[in-house]
Design a protein around this ligand. Structure first.
Ligand code: ADP
Ligand code: MG
Length: 324
């Protein structure tokens, strides 16, 4: 089967372009997009390389879900709404079954999260997927890393540690823990390939939160970015970290803690809340409209500190995931 570049694009990627604002999608030199009145654009890109960011035997559908969702997570962290994306696809070969599965999974998620594929690039080479996502936010309202104040409460959405635990499933060195509980394995694979972009939370928090980001490199490292950008430090109470009981049951406590603090890949939001907005945030949580836990406070003293049940400082690795 020889599929020309043009027919490949036409067949698999030209019909995912339905969304408001698309004047011209796939097929021309550039897409033409209308930005709603009073809105600003937010733009992000993430590259996934086979064997680095996902196992070489990952399915095409799984790769598509992860590639789109890690970008949506960045959009969520800005309190923005996803609109349009482009796809740079580098493929070792144009295999129809792979392309079919990949484009179907991409179309599913694009329609679920309300964004359209409006262009891209297709080349031959080692498997790599770059998605650039563009979203909109009312002018001046983007939720950045730099707005926290000393005394603001620190929250995280959902639960932590599962992204890092999932990486154990792919480690063939034998150095990681073995996870042989089938239900747990399934949950972790879901978590890795289909992280839940917290878009609805981001929109709700836009008016309530002083700073936010998504946790991709580990809580301590990422919270460190909020602290640095805001010219502050942070105190985290370890006993308040949201760790799913089923995850805690898998391995000994220090390892779970390391997963939650510095493992990365959770794609939850970490955000800070000024005291005057605490009642509104707690109400959202009580009503079930926001899944989030308060884990500590921002402080004047620089650095991220972890505190145990007795109020004692605990030494933890603060490096997070380093790409180089
Ligand atoms: P150009 O050479 O002008 O950059 P291409 O021949 O690379 O254009 O692509 C033709 C059209 O197909 C462009 O509109 C481009 O955005 C789109 N396109 C190429 N690859 C992809 C892809 N993987 N997904 C979506 N659109 C793509
Ligand atoms: Mg051109």
């Amino acid at each position: 089967m020889a599929l020309s570049e043009f027919s490949l694009i036409q067949q698999y990627f030209s019909s995912l372009g339905n969304a408001p604002g698309v004047v011209l999608g796939v097929g021309d030199d550039c897409a033409v997009l209308t930005v709603p009145e009073g809105e600003q654009l937010v733009a992000t890109v993430d590259t996934l390389v086979s064997g680095v960011h996902f196992p070489v035997d990952a399915s095409a559908g799984d790769i598509a879900h992860r590639a789109l969702r890690v970008n949506l997570s960045d959009i969520a962290a800005m309190g923005a709404k996803p609109c349009w994306f482009t796809l740079a696809l580098t493929l070792p070969e144009a295999r129809e079954s792979w392309l079919h599965e990949f484009s179907l999974a991409l179309a599913d998620d694009a329609s679920m999260f309300g964004c359209a594929l409006v262009g891209g690039d297709t080349t031959a080479g080692p498997l790599s997927i770059s998605i650039q996502m563009v979203g909109t936010v009312p002018a001046g309202k983007a939720l950045t890393r730099g707005g926290a104040q000393a005394g603001d409460s620190i929250y995280v959405t959902g639960s932590l540690g599962e992204g890092a635990a999932a990486l154990c499933l792919f480690d063939e060195s034998g150095e990681s823990v073995a996870i042989d509980n089938d239900d747990a394995r399934e949950c972790l694979l879901q978590r890795f390939y289909r992280p839940e972009p917290r878009l609805q939370y981001g929109l709700k928090l836009r008016e309530l939160s002083s700073a936010a980001l998504d946790i991709s490199d580990g809580l301590i490292a990422d919270l460190g970015h909020i602290a640095d950008s805001s010219g502050l430090g942070a105190d985290v109470e370890l006993n308040r970290l949201p760790i799913a009981p089923w995850l805690a049951a898998l391995v000994e406590p220090p390892r779970v803690l390391a997963w939650a603090l510095s493992g990365g890949d959770d794609y939850e939001l970490c955000f800070t809340v000024p005291e005057e907005n605490l009642p509104a945030v707690e109400l959202l949580i009580k009503r079930g409209e926001l899944s989030a836990s308060c884990i500590g406070k921002m402080s004047e003293q620089h650095g991220v500190r972890c505190i145990d049940n007795n109020g004692q400082l605990v030494e933890t690795s603060t490096t997070g995931y380093q790409h180089f």
